[in-house]
Design a protein around this ligand. Structure first.
Ligand SMILES: [Zn+2]
Length: 377
């Protein structure tokens, strides 16, 4: 097969994916339906643009997809630069299309993407982050957040590589899912009625594409420790004081890209900074998804990752304690050093960790009592 035919084939795979779930999102959505969603979103926005969203303790767990789309619409309206004149209809079509491409997994769903976008937006609006970024960089970060797991199938890169899946072969085993999420994001953005970036100047369009790719690729968990240690090296220049509207120039473009990558990755693992109810619910969903995979791995005789093979209640809670201690806390600690208003997230995370520790202790003592009982019998 010649090279261009191969590219055409990959393109055809993506387009068929886009077409597969587009009917609901695009073709069959009447203009009245899309107007209806817009009307409702505007009504809520009139109440006080995005104020109802400005809390880390927001609970989105029971919201139907249509409500989540409206909420995401409100966030995007807040970050879409007015000078680019992005039409509401295009925005709602894009968001509906993205939502329809998230699968019905236990964890990697549109709900997860909404939480990640919300966390990114909270960091953008409650810290100095926005002051370091150009308007198109803020928009790119939000697009990357809502699209970063699009069409995730609930399996890890490791699994895809081990079984030599079609998507692993397509991306040569490298950041397989992230490559797929990225490619699909742009396949959606290329649809005429979803062309969110079409009204941006050409040079900005290319820059936005370049940085969205870097942001999404940065969500590959295998980059976590490198990214955390690099964030510890990053220093932010002091911002100009009030009344001085000089734009900080000391943070280079590449440092800004890196900072946004770190923010998106931190948002991606931010469940422990939410209320305990949300954190607990999400932790259960993650573990259900892990179990689905480890069951498949055992059935196929494939290696199972130790951290995914949870076989008791105490292990389940201890896994959350470890996740907070070794993964989330070091990254968020550094983020809170750079942006001190995130301190409250650290407090919440410590409180959640204590609850998981207590649950783990309790489950452990129950399990040892049960095994002693079994020994006596
Ligand atoms: Zn994610």
């Amino acid at each position: 097969m010649c090279e261009s035919a191969r590219f055409a084939e990959t393109d055809a795979v993506l387009q068929s994916l886009v077409n597969r779930s587009f009917p609901r999102a695009m073709s069959s959505m009447t203009s009245e339906e899309s107007e209806g969603i817009l009307r409702k979103a505007r009504k809520r926005s009139d109440l006080g643009p995005t104020e109802y969203l400005r809390t880390w303790s927001i609970n989105l767990l029971d919201l139907p997809t249509e409500e989540l789309v409206k909420l995401v619409f409100d966030i995007f309206q807040d970050v879409c630069p007015p000078e680019y004149e992005i039409k509401d209809e295009v925005l709602i079509c894009f968001l509906t299309a993205v939502a329809s491409h998230y699968r019905d997994n236990p964890y990697h769903t549109f709900l997860h993407a909404c939480y990640v976008l919300h966390a990114v937006w909270m960091i953008l609006t409650t810290t100095e982050l926005s002051s370091y970024l150009a308007v198109h960089e803020r928009l790119a970060l939000c697009i990357a957040a809502i699209c970063h797991d699009v069409d995730h199938d609930g399996l890890t890169n490791h699994f895809h590589v081990n079984i030599g899946s079609e998507v692993a072969r397509r991306y040569n085993d490298a950041s397989v899912l992230e490559n797929h999420h990225c490619a699909l994001t742009f396949a959606i953005l290329e649809r005429k009625n979803c062309a969110l970036l079409a009204s941006l100047p050409k040079n900005i369009q290319s820059e936005v594409r370049r940085i969205i790719i870097q942001y999404i690729m940065g969500t590959d968990m295998s980059n976590h420790f490198k990214l955390t240690s690099e964030l510890c090296q990053l220093e932010l220049p002091l911002l100009p004081s009030d009344g001085d509207d000089e734009i900080p120039t000391e943070l280079s473009v590449e440092d800004r890209v890196f900072l946004c990558k770190a923010v998106l990755h931190a948002a991606d693992i931010s469940n422990p900074v939410r209320s305990f109810d949300v954190d607990y619910f999400m932790a259960e969903r993650v573990q259900e998804e892990f179990k689905n995979q480890t069951d498949k791995e055992k059935e196929l005789g494939l290696p199972v990752m130790a951290h995914m093979d949870i076989t008791s209640e105490s292990m389940k809670y201890q896994a959350e304690v470890n996740f907070i201690n070794f993964i989330v806390m070091p990254l968020w600690k550094r983020l809170a050093e750079l942006f001190p208003s995130l301190d409250l997230c650290l407090h919440q995370m410590r409180a959640n960790k204590e609850k998981f520790e207590k649950l783990a202790e309790y489950a452990k003592s129950e399990e040892s009592e049960a095994s002693e009982g079994a020994d006596i019998q």
